[in-house]
Ligand binder design. Sequence first.
Ligand code: CO
Length: 231
Amino acid sequence: MNNPLQKIYENNIAWAEKIKTQRPDFFSDLSKQQSPEYLWIGCSDSRVVAEQLVGLQPGELFVHRNIANVVVPTDLNCLSVIQFAVEVLKVKHIIVCGHYGCGGVKASMEGIEHGLIDNWLCHIKSVHQKNEDELLCIADKTERLDRLCELNVIEQVRNICHTTVVQRAWRNNKELSVHGCIYTLETGILKDLNMRFSEIDHTNDIYQLKQAKKNIYQPNLKVMKSDYEGR
Ligand code: CO
């Protein structure tokens, strides 16, 4: 029976052999540990190939991708990636990378039903609503979409800074910066959006988490025990 993934397995063997020829110890070295310096949060779009477009090798980039590179504080998947990257791998930089012409961002502007994904796209609609004054002044539809793609990256960078993981890292004086950039499919060029946050004071007061006083939420065990025994 023909394996529909035959091409993929053949490509894999060719790829592994090419690397082994160039760097015989590559895989054995890499299998021992990973110590990436960067966490990349990008769009799932198949054309935005994280490692390749920044010229990094396997082991150099820790990656999370979802539709339209959204970061929300209720997404356990994305938060777990951020926590593992920051606290275990000790990455120094978190990069949010959007791309112009993003299908997810475009779908959020269409006002037509796409199914379940519309719930996810609500996060981008909120970015639209927040920046409506600016966006509605842009007459050209493509330009407006591209600006929303940029604003979405900016919003997600802020969202990362507000997470408990990043707040705690900064409170403990860990070296960690959060950056935003956007990719142009037509040219392959990455543009720096000059969003760079590296300390707790870079976030609005309402999001800054001070360390709670010890035992503030600990139940009084002695009282509970005597209550129990008294029954
Ligand atoms: Co996209």
